[in-house]
Every structure is written in C-alpha cells, then in structure tokens.
Design a protein. Structure first.
Length: 288
C-alpha cells in the first residue's frame, strides 16, 4: 500500500462491532489511523482491536457504550478528549431501524431509535467538533442511508431520521468552510450487515444479488471523505437512482419508497421474529 493518508491520526467509530462500522475501522486502520472502537458488544470490539493492532500496527482501544442512554455521548467525550486523547476523525455509524407500520411499533422503540440515530449522533458531533476547530483539523463522517432521499412507508421514522442525518451533515460542512474541518454524509443502499435482523426484515428471493458488501461500502465512504466530498451515495446504481429522483413529482415519492422497499424485503413471519439484538448496529436498510 502507498502513502497512508491518516498516519498518526485517531478515529472514533461507533457501531464498530459489525457491518459497515467494523469495515470502516479496518479501512481507517489501513490508512494509518489509530482507533477508538465503540459499541455494546465488548468481546467483538476486543477481537477487532487485536486484529487491527496485529495487522496494521495501530493503537486500537475499546470503549463499551450503549448510545440508547442519554449520558452515553458525554461519557465517550470525557473518556477521550476529556482525558487528552485527541479524536481527528469522528465516525457516527451506529443506528438501527424498525420495519413495520408507524402505529404498530411501540413508542418506546421509536424513542430509542431516535435517541441512537439522531440525538446521540448530534450530541457527539456537537461535543467533538469544537476540539477539531481548535486544532483547525478534523473530519466528521455521519452514516445516513439512501432512505434519506424518500419517505418510506413501513420504515417512516427510520428514513426520516436518516434524512435528518444527511441534511444536518451537509449544513455543518457548509458552516465549516475555511476551518480545516470537513463533514461528510454517507448514504448506503442495501448492504450485507446484521441490520435486517435488527429491523425485523428478511430479504426476498433474489434480492441479495443487489446487496453491496459492507467492505465495499466502507472503502467508498473513506475514499470520498479523504477527497473532501460533502455527501456520497455508495454504488453507481444507487447514486443514479437518487439523482433521477429530481425529475419525479414529489407526490410519487412515497409510492416509490414503498415499492422499492417491498421489492427487496418483507417482514419476518411472526414465528421467526426473535427478540431484536442490541439496536446500536451499523448498516443501511436493504432496498430503502
């Protein structure tokens, strides 16, 4: 590999125990970055930390955190910048979705998802960006979804949360002009992660052919971040589809969202739907 573009810098990655977050950590380590790995599943984080240390010779630290908790973001800041451990790259990747009609999902599940997808992401950005601005150097990566471009029936609150992530990130990047700090919104499409299980979804026959690997998604995200992009949709067909939406009447958006989602996934049969795994999992929705 040639020059490591993040040599000596440190990245904090939430949702790093699996899926896109795990692969982002690997790609960032390839680029020379030291890592702070954050998620709920400590054993997985420790295994990843050992892998990154052995393979890339970087420092990799584990912080077990549950971003459902209102004090989790502040605790992460206190355990890093608060103790003199500078974070040069903040990757807000943790998130989860609920796949069902809006009124069928318990309010507590909506509230927990908004805490992880919106509140924790916003608070972490608000906490870490001032330190980056003091140093006049840093990067913020917020993982959204192509669901950010459409209202998605049966995935309505999730898609809306990702629209928030995309819009606030683009606005922040504009505000950061000339500071030496940049922000990028990453919008994956269907990606092979544990997201489907957490969202109570299963792929329809043949839909897996359209899924992107988490590794490829992560490589695109880091590449575009290092090139200074403000927003990226991963994958040519995903990008083309989102670009074409500008020519479609707004009144058709909900129908398109429902049709594209319904073509790829369906709810798990009730008998197969298990207790959801820890919700702070990375990854975009399939077909959203």
């Amino acid at each position: 590999m040639g020059r490591k573009r993040l040599q000596g810098q440190r990245a904090l990655v939430t949702g790093a125990s699996s899926g896109i977050g795990l692969e982002l950590a690997r790609v960032l380590a390839e680029e020379g970055a030291h890592l702070v790995l954050v998620a709920r599943r400590t054993e997985r984080l420790e295994a990843l930390a050992a892998e990154l240390k052995q393979k890339h010779g970087v420092d990799a630290r584990v912080l077990t955190s549950d971003l459902q908790q209102p004090d989790a973001a502040r605790a992460l800041f206190d355990q890093t910048e608060g103790q003199g451990l500078a974070i040069d790259v903040l990757v807000n990747n943790a998130g989860f979705g609920n796949y069902d009609d809006f009124v069928a999902i318990p309010w507590e599940r909506h509230a927990t998802m908004l805490q992880v997808n919106v509140v924790a992401l916003t608070q972490l950005s608000h906490l870490f960006l001032p330190k980056m601005l003091e140093r006049r150097h840093g990067r913020l990566m917020n993982v959204a979804s192509i669901g950010a471009y459409l209202p998605c029936p049966t995935f309505g609150v999730y898609a809306a949360s990702k629209a928030y992530v995309r819009n606030v990130t683009e606005a922040i990047d504009y505000e950061l002009k000339g500071t030496g700090v940049r922000a990028i919104s990453v919008c994956p499409g269907g990606t092979t992660t544990e997201f489907l299980d957490a969202a109570n979804q299963q792929l329809k026959p043949g839909a897996s052919l359209a899924m992107m690997s988490a590794e490829r998604c992560a490589r695109i995200a880091v590449k575009k971040m290092l090139r200074g992009r403000r927003n990226v949709v991963t994958g040519f067909l995903n990008s083309l589809g989102m670009w074409l939406l500008r020519f479609v009447p707004r009144g058709l958006y909900a129908w398109i969202g429902a049709a594209s989602m319904g073509a790829a996934v369906e709810k798990k049969p009730r008998a197969l739907a298990a207790t959801p795994p820890p919700p702070a999992l990375p990854g975009p929705p399939a077909g959203a």
